[in-house]
Design a protein around this ligand. Structure first.
Ligand SMILES: Cc1cc2nc3c(=O)[nH]c(=O)nc-3n(C[C@H](O)[C@H](O)[C@H](O)COP(=O)(O)O)c2cc1C
Length: 225
């Protein structure tokens, strides 16, 4: 529950540099219908917290009609289970030093719900307030070659427009050779038959730790500049 709070504070990360007196702030912003991405989002948020960041776990608002949600038990269950997760706002993005976006694959692209949220960021973009932050992404699909990389690359298109620093996990940890996706954490859910597993959790850990590490270094460097 605590990680859902917008006001949670943790042990500062990046305090090696005396110019940095506040913890690195990470927003994990996701959309999830049937719960896979919601679970990966919680993993990334928790590992970012463990790495010393102050974390906000936030969801994009639902756009689908209630009848569609009610027609799918997994969708309805995820909506109920995540009812307490706050909706992301542009102010959350302005607050963050790093933003990790998560979306299920939708025909090889990101979900419209997350895109709708991203499209509310024009005001911040116009003020240059999306620039000089770390951005990263995660996804899931039903099938192994179902568009995970194209979804992440589509998401990353926007980060370039933001003037953001794209921090992909690459193969920077031995665990990445198990999940095999250098673009971001990804999970194959096999139509709900393959729950989030240790391989995906390890990828979430690597990505969260790397985002906090690079965002902390960037924050310290900018503070000293
Ligand atoms: C409209 C729609 C389009 C989808 N397109 C793809 C796709 O292109 N490739 C794929 O493997 N899975 C596709 N899926 C499946 C979801 O991406 C996948 O089940 C995902 O893990 C669901 O995440 P969630 O549980 O967080 O909602 C699609 C699902 C929907 C509803």
């Amino acid at each position: 529950m605590g990680i859902f709070s917008r006001n949670r504070t943790n042990t500062p990360h990046g305090t090696e540099n005396p110019a940095v007196s506040t913890p690195t702030k990470v927003a994990v912003v996701y959309y999830s219908s049937t719960g896979t991405i919601a679970e990966v989002a919680r993993e990334i948020a928790q590992y970012a917290e463990k790495a010393g960041a102050e974390v906000r776990l936030l969801k994009a608002a639902e756009l689908a009609p209630q009848a569609a949600i009610d027609s799918n038990p997994a969708w309805a269950a995820n909506a109920a289970a995540t009812a307490d997760v706050p909706h992301a706002t542009p102010a959350d993005i302005e607050w963050a030093d790093a933003v990790v976006f998560g979306s299920p694959t939708r025909f090889g692209n990101i979900a419209s719900q997350l895109k709708q949220f991203i499209d509310t960021l024009g005001g911040l973009w116009a003020q240059g307030k999306l620039a000089d932050k770390v951005y990263s992404g995660f996804t899931s699909s039903a099938t192994t070659h179902g568009g995970q990389e194209s979804t992440l690359l589509a998401l990353y298109n926007s980060f370039h427009h933001f003037g953001g620093i794209v921090v992909a996990p690459g193969y920077t940890d031995p665990a990445k050779f198990a999940d095999g996706n250098p673009y971001g954490t990804s999970h194959v859910d096999a139509q709900g038959n393959n729950p989030v597993d240790d391989t995906t959790r390890a990828a979430a850990r690597v990505q969260a730790e790397r985002v906090v590490k690079i965002a902390s270094a960037l924050k310290a460097g900018l503070a000293a500049a």
